[in-house]
Design a protein around this ligand. Structure first.
Ligand SMILES: CC(C)(COP(=O)(O)OP(=O)(O)OC[C@H]1O[C@@H](n2cnc3c(N)ncnc32)[C@H](O)[C@@H]1OP(=O)(O)O)[C@@H](O)C(=O)NCCC(=O)NCCS
Length: 193
């Protein structure tokens, strides 16, 4: 996206959510989940100290002054309350291959309501339709069923499992790789109409 002259493709409104850039005033909401051991169990970060959350949030806010850019971190805001309940990221990994990856995190109080699927679906739609990407992928710890269920629900294919590819908290982690092609997304959309 660095040579993309278009306007930013966010904020995005979905049925229940607003995906928007972070503000420093989101600190309390973001730290509330970033400090939760259940939320970060399969992540390669956290649980955060207040300083680490402040630094991460400050980085996102600073990044929002730059456009175009390849990495976009958006806050997942629940429209009903205006609370920042999580975050979702889309990163262009190869412009030549029109490929991006994405990732998501939600506050535990909001799990299992279809909200991650709703947010990720909007990001994938944007990736293929607005950004014209060809391939979108996501990875997760093999033990992270909640994460790969979201990917499967979105129609992503498990392309493989990387063995002990990432060292997290002193332990080698196995990682599933899921992906989706623009043509697969379009076929799915056509089926659901
Ligand atoms: C992964 C995460 C974002 C999923 O969010 P969510 O909003 O609860 O997911 P959804 O409600 O959209 O669920 C999608 C599907 O996954 C299933 N699912 C959700 N949590 C699950 C769990 N713990 N175990 C098994 N299946 C689960 C849901 O049942 C649903 O399938 P269904 O509609 O057929 O029932 C959330 O669990 C989370 O924030 N986890 C911590 C951070 C994290 O691990 N992020 C991913 C890093 S790779």
């Amino acid at each position: 996206m660095t040579d993309d002259p278009r306007q930013p493709w966010f904020p995005i409104r979905t049925k229940r959510l607003l995906l928007r850039e972070a503000r420093l005033s989101d600190y309390d909401d973001i730290h509330a989940y970033a400090v939760d051991a259940d939320v970060v169990r399969y992540m390669d970060w956290g649980p955060n100290t207040p300083e680490v959350t402040a630094q991460a949030l400050g980085g996102w806010v600073a990044m929002s002054a730059q456009w175009p850019r390849d990495e976009v971190n958006l806050v997942v805001e629940l429209s009903e309350t205006g609370r920042a309940i999580g975050a979702i990221r889309l990163s262009i990994q190869s412009k030549a291959d029109r490929t991006a990856d994405f990732g998501y995190t939600l506050n535990k109080d909001y799990w299992r309501r279809g909200l991650a699927t709703e947010a990720a679906s909007a990001i994938i739609e944007t990736a293929f339709t607005t950004l014209g990407l060809h391939r979108v992928y996501a990875t997760c710890d093999v033990r992270n069923a909640a994460s790969y269920k979201v990917m499967e629900k979105l129609g992503m294919r498990r392309e493989g499992t990387l063995l002990k590819n990432h060292e997290v908290r002193g332990r080698w982690r196995d990682t599933h790789v899921y992906a989706l092609l623009a043509q697969e997304w379009a076929a799915r959309r056509a089926e659901s109409v």
